[in-house]
Structure formats: C-alpha cells, structure tokens
Ligand binder design. Structure first.
Ligand code: CDP
Ligand code: CDP
Length: 220
C-alpha cells in the first residue's frame, strides 16, 4: 500500500469534484473513490429503514452493514439500482446529517482506505486529504462560487430528468456547506499542503488539466 500515488480532491457541494476526479483518473488510468456516494448510500438506506438520522448508534449500524455494489457506473444497494436515486438533493442533505456522526465516519473510513490500489487512486469528498489519505501525493481543494455551483447542479439534475430550481439549490448547498464546515469531526477545510483551485471561471477540461499539471510536477 505504501507507494500508491493518491490524488485527493475535496471541496464544497457541486464544485466539480466528481467530474474532475473522473477526468483525471481516466487520463492517468487510476481508480476512483467517490466518498460522498458512501454517505449518500448510508443516508438513503437509513431513510428507507425509517431510522432517525440523529441517532448515531442506529446510523452506525446502517453504515457497517451497507451492502452496496459498484458495477459499470451503476450503484446497487441490496440489488436495487439506486444510481440516480442517491443523487437527489434530499439524499444529499440527509447525507450531511449522517456525516456529522464520528462513529459513522469511522465505519466508512476502513471501506475508503481499501480503494488505495495500484496503479493509483483519485479520491473525492470532504476529508480525503485531511483524514482518510493524509499521505496523498497531491491534495486539491476545489471551490467555485455558490452561484456557479448551483447552476452546475441544476444542469446536472436536469440531465437526469430531476426537476429543481436555482433558488432552492442555492439554499440547499449553503445549508449543506454550513453543516460540513461546522461539524466537529472532519470538517470541510483545506488539508495541510492542499492546492486551492477556484473553478468558477474554468471549464471542466481546464480544471482537469490544472490538476494533471500539478500532478506531473510531483513526478518530476
Ligand atoms: O462532485 P461535485 O458535487 O463536486 O461536482 P460534480 O458532481 O462533478 O458536478 C459538477 C458539474 O459541473 C458537472 O456537470 C461538470 O460537468 C460541471 N463543471 C465542472 O465540474 N467543472 C467546471 N469547471 C465547469 C463545469
Ligand atoms: O457531490 P456533492 O458535493 O453534492 O456531495 P457528495 O460529495 O456526494 O457528499 C454528500 C454529503 O456527504 C456531503 O454534503 C457531506 O456532508 C458528506 N461527505 C462527507 O462528510 N465526507 C466525505 N468525504 C464525502 C461526503
């Protein structure tokens, strides 16, 4: 496990973490870890089981027993295709509520560490560089203005046939960012040594290229 190159991409809601990670991983032939999907799956399962999201013990059990399969771009939960269902803002909001529990984070920690496999890993989330992969080769803190992020999420949901509106999205992402910033365990902060990348005025391709340029700098 020691010499596996790892790139971490952390940042607020809809800053482009997932798309940038996928693009960078494709070029480098690396594995990807979308850590947010694990929090979303935990929240989705807890909602289905009608568990109170503030009950740390109960939600920890849900995280420990999570039976999710990632296959060909699809995510199956106990056999059910939940790929699109977990992308709903409602589930994102619930994810940020289960993510405040230290025991839930600990349960998901081990699962996340297993993704560090050759030839390399690009991991995105909130605490990839600060907590889960502190030894990472390159750490990025990806940001963008709230307006740019709300617009991106709006377009993304629209493509999935999910109806939303910008004003609600701005409200949701601010609420979620605030909870992620203020929690006592693994709050959303740039990891020590992280490079800050503001993508408000960059295209997806330009953002991916900047990360690749920095990564190549680490190899020199
Ligand atoms: O993972 P995260 O929530 O941070 O963002 P995402 O799911 O990757 O969504 C970002 C959306 O904004 C995608 O549809 C991207 O194509 C688009 N986008 C971007 O990621 N970066 C830019 N510089 C411009 C647009
Ligand atoms: O893609 P988006 O930025 O909308 O959210 P996500 O990355 O799928 O994460 C959903 C929620 O899970 C976040 O708002 C965080 O509360 C939580 N999360 C976390 O606490 N730690 C991570 N490493 C990843 C996500």
């Amino acid at each position: 496990e020691q010499n596996i190159p790892i790139i971490t991409i952390d940042g607020p809601v809809a800053s482009g973490k997932g798309s940038v990670s996928a693009g960078v991983a494709k070029v480098l032939g690396f594995n990807v870890l979308d850590s947010g999907s694990l929090y979303r799956l935990t929240a989705y399962a807890a909602l289905q089981q009608q568990k109170p999201l503030e009950d740390e013990e109960q939600i920890k059990q849900t995280a420990v027993n999570l039976k999710a399969v990632f296959k060909g771009g699809k995510i199956l939960l106990e056999g059910e295709d939940v790929t699109d269902a977990i992308r709903q803002e409602e589930v994102g909001l619930a994810a940020s509520k289960v993510a405040v529990h230290p025991k839930v984070r600990k349960a998901l920690f081990k699962l996340q560490r297993e993704y560090a496999q050759a030839p390399g890993l690009v991991a995105d989330g909130r605490d990839m560089g600060s907590v889960v992969f502190p030894e990472a080769t390159l750490k990025i803190f990806l940001t963008a203005s709230a307006e740019a992020r709300a617009k991106r999420r709006y377009n993304q949901l629209k493509e999935k046939g999910i109806h939303s509106n910008i004003a609600d999205l701005v409200k949701d992402l601010k609420e979620r960012d605030e909870r992620d910033l203020k929690r006592s365990v693994a709050p959303l902060v740039p990891a020590p040594g992280a490079k800050i990348l503001d993508s408000s005025d960059l295209t997806l391709e330009e953002t991916i290229n900047q990360v690749l340029e920095w990564y190549r700098g680490t190899e020199a």
